[in-house]
Design a protein around this ligand. Structure first.
Ligand SMILES: Cc1ncc(COP(=O)(O)O)c(C=O)c1O
Length: 433
């Protein structure tokens, strides 16, 4: 069995940074650059594949990282392993991107909670798997299917109501959630739906993201699994095909700063197997984002200035709330590790006696990545690395202040490729037209 690696180490990052500098991959204008260790990413993907039955469709959450190059690499890795690597798309835009990147429609899971009639028509015509969000949407799809021939398959999102995790903003299986149909108050309607529509053959849940324990995720799966088994007995008795698609969503947390231990995908898969032993009779779908991408990425910013005030040093950086919106708005819950390197990429050691505030470039006071950070002595011209930035960063980019998006590099063993070029000023201008 493969082993799950946790985070990239400082020596690994130092090696890549030095090498990027030596090879001229960080140019004068690259005030910030994002990096993806593609070998690490592929390793994560292979580990995921090894944890679940071979028939599982792994729909990687596009929202976590929509970079085309990474989507293509994921698809290629799946092909090499003869495994189903697909995507989970949260909008018709993401569906379109996946189709465009060459994903077969049967490997695309369309999940938006606000699908318009037109978007549903497009999805049905494309033949992607559709997770219906609510009972009104179910009626809408039923009407469409009377006139639109489609090869799509369908699930419905059910909220198992197993509670919230430590981060409210990323918890979606509490008593109330804007997503899905709550099982507690709507079990009768859900049962009726499954006994009315033979084509409704899937169940979907997503308990939450960072901050939800493995135990809570498994509990959510258990609630729907029991319901599916009961419904299948009823469906068999009326000659309906069984529910045979079970989408467990994403949500396995990762370690950002060493304080929260990394969750093991192997342990998670084993716990699911124990709670839901017959799950392998279903076609399982997974929708991981954060666990796949986060630890493969890191971001470097040049330190432009260091301000020295009584009791606090402020490192002025080229990324802030534009790339790290969650960190800046909710710093308690989103804390990264940081490391500092000199102009040639050598790791700086030791601790300054004065703690650092890491300030972004945007024009509002809340554009602060972190406060009270103990670092080596930081000087203008140094490089500050923010660790574990591979998910929910660039995909949440803010255009506020019209700053240029950074160059994004992928690498494997010191060989670099440009995944996305730094935005030019013309492109920034064009955005507002
Ligand atoms: C429906 C759904 N699936 C999958 C994901 C991916 O979750 P994670 O990145 O935590 O694995 C999300 C995250 O918001 C989601 O809403």
């Amino acid at each position: 069995m493969l082993k799950q690696r946790s985070n990239l180490t400082v020596p690994e990052i130092e090696l890549a940074l030095k090498s990027a500098l030596r090879q001229g991959m960080i140019r004068e204008e690259d005030s910030a650059v994002m990096f993806y260790d593609l070998a690490f990413f592929t390793e994560r993907l292979n580990y995921l594949i090894a944890c679940f039955p071979a028939t599982t469709l792994h729909g990687l959450a596009v929202k976590a990282n929509p970079l085309r190059g990474v989507m293509e690499l994921a698809s290629e890795t799946g092909r090499n392993q003869a495994c189903n690597i697909g995507v989970e798309a949260a909008s018709i835009g993401e569906v379109d991107m996946a189709l465009n990147a060459g994903y077969d429609p049967s490997r695309i899971v369309y999940d938006s909670p606000v699908k318009t009639l037109k978007e549903l028509e497009f999805a049905l015509a494309s033949g992607v798997h559709i997770n219906i969000d609510n009972l009104d949407e179910l009626e809408r799809v039923n009407l469409l299917l009377k006139t639109t021939p489609s090869t799509s398959t369908f699930g419905i999102r059910i909220n198992p109501q197993v509670g919230v995790g430590t981060i409210l903003e990323s918890s979606v299986a509490g008593e109330y959630s804007k997503f899905g149909v709550p099982i507690g108050s709507r079990k009768e309607e859900l049962t009726k739906a499954f006994l009315t529509f033979p084509w409704l053959q899937g169940m979907h849940l997503h308990v939450g993201s960072q901050g939800c324990s493995t135990e809570m995720l498994v509990r959510g799966i258990g609630v729907l699994y029991d319901f599916a088994l009961t419904l299948n007995q009823l469906r068999t008795s009326i000659n309906f095909p069984p529910i045979n698609i079970f989408d467990i969503g994403g949500g396995l947390p990762v370690s950002y700063n060493g304080m929260v231990p990394a969750s093991s995908m192997g342990d998670y898969a084993a716990a699911i197997k124990q709670r839901a032993p017959m799950l392998s009779a279903f076609k399982i779908i997974t929708e991981f984002g954060r666990w796949i991408y986060t630890n493969a990425g890191w971001t470097v910013s040049k330190v432009e200035y260091v301000k020295h005030d009584p009791g606090v040093n402020t490192a002025m950086l080229h990324v802030g709330a534009d790339l790290f919106i969650r960190e800046c708005l909710n710093p308690k819950d989103w804390q990264h590790e940081y490391s500092v390197y000199d102009k040639t990429g050598n790791l700086k050691m030791g601790n300054d006696t004065v703690p650092y505030t890491l300030a972004g470039p945007l024009c509002f006071a809340g554009d602060i990545l972190a406060r009270g950070v103990i670092l080596p002595v930081v000087e203008a011209g140094d490089y500050l690395v923010i660790h574990d930035t591979g998910s929910y960063t660039f995909s949440m980019w803010s255009h506020y202040n019209s700053r240029q998006t950074p160059r994004i590099l992928g690498y494997s063993r010191e060989k670099f490729e440009i995944l996305k070029e730094r935005q030019g000023l013309g492109e920034v201008r064009d955005f507002w037209k």
